[in-house]
Design a protein around this ligand. Sequence first.
Ligand SMILES: C[S@@+](CC[C@H](N)C(=O)[O-])C[C@H]1O[C@@H](n2cnc3c(N)ncnc32)[C@H](O)[C@@H]1O
Length: 349
Amino acid sequence: MAESMADRFREQAEACGELGSPMYAELLGRAADDIEAGGAVAVVLAGHEHDPGPSALALRLAGSVHRLVLERRAGALAAFYPSVGGSWDLAGAWPAFESLLDESAQQVQEWLDRPPQTNEVGRSGALIGGLLRIGESTSLPVRLFEIGSSGGLNLRADRFWYRHRDGFQWGPSTSPVRFEDAWSGTRLSASPSLRLVERVGSDVSPVDVGTTQGRLVLTAYVWPDQQVRLERLRAAFEVARQQPAQVRRADAVSFVSDLELVPGATTVLWHSVMWQYMSPDDQREVSEQIGRLAATARDDMPFAHLFLEPTRRTPEAEIEFLVVLELWPGGGRRVLGTSAPHGLPTTWD
Ligand SMILES: C[S@@+](CC[C@H](N)C(=O)[O-])C[C@H]1O[C@@H](n2cnc3c(N)ncnc32)[C@H](O)[C@@H]1O
């Protein structure tokens, strides 16, 4: 029998609980009961009963409501959202949530067709570690290119501050983006020469963090009781104001097909948690393009492919969030370490 919308909300509630949002675990669980009772949630979601599971309807609804809270358009509900200074309490929040769906149904529905989109700044901890590893074998300046950039915040990874559990620190100490517990395992080299001379990202649906709307999109899909992630995101918006980077509207295949290496610089193509969103054909094509670039690499124009993606060390191994580096000329595929899904901490092999 097909899974019901209420079942999918309960699954999502459970996942939120496991991934650190007790608030959404309760809210989406209560919403599942409401769907079964034909209440306000069922009414606002009418027509979405057969949306496919991976479209994450529960997170679409939650994100849509959260953005109304952030815009101060959700009335009494804001008092229960920690992201705007409230404190969560299901018993108090539920009547306000129901009223919002009743009174602002159209505004809530406006965002239901939008896929939840995030830009996880914590993944910078994994990606920048790969750049430091590259810096161990070449001191050339870096041209950084990214696919699936979302808002392009990780293109500013060298502008954030990181600390290893052993006390080693890297990055500008005055940065508002601070990762106290970024790394463990093997110590990285300081690579003082790391210098980014180009930062260009791409996404099929780029988010412009220079606009209020863009910042709202990326904030709305962070779970409202995850204060650390929210603070980190807001701090990264500040860094983005100071450090420009370009994010083009382009799919990964066309973006990588247009890339060329240039002498006197290391060209790095990196990505995090985007590979699974490409079709198998696109994955194959991007891999072929990476092969084309690798074949033209020389000592005076190296090429690196660096990623943090859910993948396997060997075909039989469990899926892990691995940091992997391929560096040409010469280098093979090297697993550098393992991360948590949101990037923090990264444990270096
Ligand atoms: C889960 S987000 C990760 C964003 C960012 N890399 C990070 O780690 O925070 C995946 C991103 O990939 C983008 N995306 C999906 N398919 C794509 C494709 N074929 N080409 C380029 N970007 C794509 C999505 O729009 C989304 O912004």
